[in-house]
Design a protein around this ligand. Structure first.
Ligand SMILES: [Zn+2]
Length: 120
């Protein structure tokens, strides 16, 4: 039953004398609330959706800046970054084992220099 149908049914029941007016009004109020769907923001990356009123906070003003960050994609990004750094460290340790300190240093510096890449 759609909301409109429910409304009409309540009206009919009320006219037939079965449902008191205050009950009809309460149902109508409730239906109106239910009908007020929040505006949703959908992540273009993964499709995760949440209430668009939760905007990113601008550190300068402390207020929403109109942008949205997907918490799921953010987690995936952090995971990826950790994996990358761990791999770079592993590679550097292997090189140091072979006393290739120069190469190990170069790898580490490169890994650190790429920090945040892919977030743009
Ligand atoms: Zn996402």
């Amino acid at each position: 039953m759609s909301m409109q149908q429910l409304k009409e049914t309540m009206e009919l029941l009320h006219k037939g004398g079965a449902v008191p007016l205050n009950v009809v009004e309460a149902v109508n109020d409730l239906l109106e609330k239910v009908g007020q769907q929040p505006e949703l923001w959908e992540c273009p990356g993964c499709g995760f959706t949440y209430d668009a009123c939760h905007e990113d906070i601008d550190p300068a003003t402390g207020e929403g800046n109109g942008n949205h960050t997907c918490p799921l994609c953010e987690l995936i990004d952090v995971d990826r970054e950790q994996d990358r750094l761990r791999k770079a460290l592993g590679d550097a340790l292997k090189l140091m084992d072979k006393k290739f300190y120069g190469m190990a240093h170069k790898n580490l510096v490169e890994a650190l220099g790429q920090e945040g890449e892919g977030n743009q």
